[in-house]
Design a binder for this molecule. Sequence first.
Ligand SMILES: Cc1cc2nc3c(=O)[nH]c(=O)nc-3n(C[C@H](O)[C@H](O)[C@H](O)COP(=O)(O)OP(=O)(O)OC[C@H]3O[C@@H](n4cnc5c(N)ncnc54)[C@H](O)[C@@H]3O)c2cc1C
Length: 498
Amino acid sequence: MFIDGRELPDNHIVEADICIIGAGAVGISMALEFNNTNTSVALIESGGLEFDAKTQSLYQGGHIGDPTYPLETNRLRYFGGTTNHWAGHCRPFDEFDFSVRDWVPYSGWPVTAEEMQPYFARSQPVMQLGEYDYDSVENYARELGLKPLPLQGERLINVLKHQSPPTRFGKQYKDEIEKSNNITVYLHSNTLELKSNESADHVTQAVVACIDGPEYRVKARYFVLAAGGLENPRLMLLSNSTAPEGLGNDNNLVGRFYTDHLLIRPAMDVSLSHFKYDFRLYTRIHNINGGKIFAIMTASAGLTKKEKMTRFRFHLYPHAPRYDAAVGGVFSKLDNSPHVTPLSMERGTSIQVHMAMEPIPNPDALVRLSDDLDIFGQRKLEVKWLVSEQELANAHRAIQIGALEFGQMGLGRASAPILEKPDQWPAEFTSGKHHCGTTRMASNPKQGVIDKNAKVFGIDNLFVTGSSIFPTIGHTNPTLNLIAFSLKLSDHLKQKLA
Ligand SMILES: Cc1cc2nc3c(=O)[nH]c(=O)nc-3n(C[C@H](O)[C@H](O)[C@H](O)COP(=O)(O)OP(=O)(O)OC[C@H]3O[C@@H](n4cnc5c(N)ncnc54)[C@H](O)[C@@H]3O)c2cc1C
């Protein structure tokens, strides 16, 4: 059911077994895991059912240095969260992503790909995706009557992504939640702080306030932060009544290791001189096995090890006059917007290659509280997004590798003007809008904020979910992965409540 927090009396107390803060992709999918059980869930959501500028302004924040991106428009603050405008590209992390790579500092997860497999598969229907299969590029291509590009396999390999409709979590799951007897969503309800006992090892309540409305409290046995990759650490830092540096921040790690994919759009233009290849497997979305897929390219494990690089992916787009380089055009096409016509590969067109590069974890890249205050008098965030020389070198090398591969296939001539102006690179990057790493998962409290069960080190009933928990982020998009971790957390909490 839904309750408008503004209609509650001042100082009201809500009681529940689990309090989940934030009703975006992970908050909603986690709450639904408890639907029709004896567990009462209070899902606390800052926004209402629709966009509202005043609530959205709570996402304002600043940057320390370059590069920058608009914090306020990178995420959405109402029921359904940022999935109200996400693009829906999905792919799970693979074994390599979870491993310790001795050339990538701070790499390695306390969980394995094998442990996560069942949760990746369970996440698939949550995002309205088809059969869980990310490996069978050749089989899918054959069924579609298409051919993958003949990559040598020593450098680049073809892999699949699945395309969500994209699921707008707020719209898709509203009715199910409305009918639920044990899940209550509190709308227009902003969590300001978590209060703990005196030793700061047990959360006792969440302090919640409505814009121009009452302030109330939520008491629960377990608290889960699901407010997104930037607000999760902000809430922990703001919760400083008993722990002056913020809850769970004894080792000064909350907010550190901020990472985001580096997007280069375009990384390359390949002017087609031969038309012997068909690009439709890459440039179009295909219906198959109850879902939609397309192919991308990534580096082989062998090349990544040999070159000691982080991971990257190439996404091919047809570069024709109809596509004016505005990414928005691509997003609206994925949304099946009627004003975008399908593109054809005609003579004179070129392929545009977009690249996403995995960043290297860095404790000096961080989010922290600034001295600017929001409308509740709470300190806003400021983000220090650092792009290191090594990351620039990795991106440079990845583009060279792509150009080499495309050249050897005889596709045409690859031009990458960005390689000629390396000193201007930071300005050429855009953020992947994937805010990761700020409450990273680790095997001990000296290396991270949460343990392998997503519990905050040193606090017995506080859990975190979402992209802030990822210690490294591979080349892939985060959402399928963060849903998988929230389903795993749900199973863990079910066991604790049993
Ligand atoms: C333009 C764009 C395109 C994207 N495309 C893709 C893609 O193709 N594939 C992919 O995997 N990912 C994509 N993403 C990222 C994706 O949207 C996020 O990974 C996903 O939404 C994160 O889910 P979440 O639940 O952790 O956070 P969110 O969806 O951001 O939800 C957080 C929720 O918490 C609420 N909240 C915040 N603070 C508080 C508070 N103090 N009190 C109460 N509630 C609070 C917010 O209102 C919001 O509803 C894209 C993002 C953008 C911006």
